[in-house]
Design a protein around this ligand. Sequence first.
Ligand SMILES: [Zn+2]
Length: 181
Amino acid sequence: MSRFLNDYGRAVGSGNLRQGTAAGGEFRPGDTVAAAGLAAKKNPLGVALMRSFVGGDVEAKVVLRLLTEMLTSKAYRAGEILGPASADLIASQVLSWHRSSACPECKGHGFRTAVGELGGTSRVVMGDTPCPACRGTAKRPFDALFPPERLELALWLREKVEAKQAAAVVEARRALRPDTP
Ligand SMILES: [Zn+2]
């Protein structure tokens, strides 16, 4: 997760946007929230995605509706028949994968983990063998969530979601530091 999303998530979670500084002391939590608000003017879907990514369930509903509409029109343009229930299902699978995409086996590290001894206490240690469950991608399987004939649409939507959210993070960071190009 990017530094901005971390700070933003903490700010949203704290419920107290005025006091204190984010870890590292760079921004007040309220600053990241204000920056996200500015970015939302340009990229409402991306910012709603970002909010849903850091735990906003209300935004997740809004995002789901937008994603379902995007899928429906994409399928229509491609001459595919996609009913509202299927569109909704694909969109919600893509969104829930996006909100929690870490491989459950290696917890998103990409390497095989084991419980080992370190300094007398047992803890999870990371090996250097790629995780067999995700083959080192650190993500939980995506393709298997969809019927083969819908996979192309699902991949298309995932790409849009990732690009929109990444753009929102860039825009919000820029709003925090207006002098950065
Ligand atoms: Zn894994």
